[in-house]
Write a protein that binds this ligand. Structure first.
Ligand code: UDP
Ligand code: MG
Length: 340
């Protein structure tokens, strides 16, 4: 596709091509038990469909057998490529790399743990051929998730959609198909804090959801514990809304107005009934309360400052150690810089 410029890629849809190439992008972090079943399932999808496929695996600095397994697969199958990171950069960075390396006319991003059912790919492609630029999977049943996860995820999406200008469809993960021009557009977004679900929604385009029931993990265990999800949520808010920053002017205004009323009341009562000394408990409560309000607001400022700091440093989003492709191992590739 080297004869086409990036802006041309962004401008044109690829749907009409009969020999369309579909890229499957799958981030892998310590997934040694999931890779073989995943590739087997994908081979079934490939055989059943009429499209051409490539599989782009991103090894996100796994410490188990994942990389060895993936590179062996790349040796055997010419349609499999593996981008191996120099360390763990996180799923968002792995997805970013996958989009950078995918060459397909449409790109499907999915997890390797088979929680994103491969059968849906055929439906995605059908919708894509109908003319949708983005086809995303919507979990109509989160039965495989714990109650706590469902509850917190639901709360996150509701709050996010209230305070952010872009709306993320509820119960939607990363599992989706995107037309090449959507991928090219996402690749132009330069930020280092990559809350991908937000970026996917931010670029827009004609989108449609497809319902599915999310199964439990086929093997291995989830890489996202509570603390990681919590930070992920804060990343989402801070990347897509300035409301947490701006709300403090209003909170300050309201508190100032209340203080004024309270002060007037005290003056009035003192004038009518004389000086009243007791008040130690209420004084201490107020001091502590306003002290914490100030610390929370400074903390929130800090969240945004920390992200500014990360953006300003402009470090690459990920560093590639090796690329395994086409049966042969490429020479060491330099880290992809943001400018590319
Ligand atoms: N993943 C990754 N890097 C990480 C954590 C996870 O590439 O640092 C991958 C993981 O291998 C899997 C996908 O992201 O393919 C989703 O992870 P997981 O299944 O643990 O998340 P959950 O389904 O529990 O939300
Ligand atoms: Mg999973």
């Amino acid at each position: 596709m080297n004869d086409v410029t990036d802006s041309e890629r962004r401008a044109r849809r690829y749907v009409a091509r009969p020999d369309a190439l579909i890229s499957i992008v799958a981030p892998c972090y310590n997934e040694a038990d999931s890779i073989v079943p995943f590739v087997a399932a994908m081979m079934d999808v490939i055989k059943a469909g009429d499209a051409r496929y490539e599989l782009v695996f991103v090894d996100d600095g796994s410490t188990d057998d994942t990389r060895a397994q993936l590179s062996a697969l790349a040796d055997r199958h010419s349609e499999i490529r593996v981008v191996a990171f120099s360390r763990n950069f996180g799923k968002e960075a792995a997805l970013t790399a996958g989009l950078d390396y995918a060459e397909g006319d449409a790109v499907v991003v999915m997890d390797v743990d088979l929680q994103d059912p491969p059968e849906l790919i055929a439906v995605f492609i059908e919708k894509w051929r109908e003319g949708y630029d983005v086809v995303y999977a919507t979990r109509d049943d989160r039965g495989a998730d714990t109650f706590a996860k469902r509850f917190t995820a639901g709360g996150f999406y509701r709050l996010f959609n209230k305070i952010s200008a872009v709306k993320i469809p509820e119960n939607t993960g990363d599992y989706r198909l995107m037309d090449r021009r959507v991928v090219e557009t996402i690749k132009t977004l330069p930020e280092r804090s990559r809350f991908m679900k937000g970026l996917f929604a931010w670029v827009g385009f004609k989108s449609v959801g497809v319902d599915y029931a999310r199964p439990a993990r086929a093997a291995g265990k989830s890489k996202f514990n509570f603390w990681r999800l919590w930070n992920f949520a804060i990343d989402g808010f801070a990347s897509f809304s300035t409301a947490p920053l701006r709300v403090w002017s209003y909170i300050g205004g309201i508190i100032a107005a209340l203080s004024f009323l309270y002060a007037s009341a005290i003056i009035f009562i003192t004038l009518v009934t004389g000086v009243d000394v007791p008040g130690y408990a209420s004084l201490l409560t107020f001091i502590l309360f306003f002290g914490s309000v100030q610390m929370i607001s400074v903390g929130i400022l800090g969240e945004y400052m920390a992200r500014l700091f990360i953006e300003v440093k402009g470090r690459p989003i990920y560093i590639v150690d090796e690329v395994y492709a086409g049966g042969a191992q490429d020479a060491k590739q330099p880290a992809k810089a943001a400018a590319e």
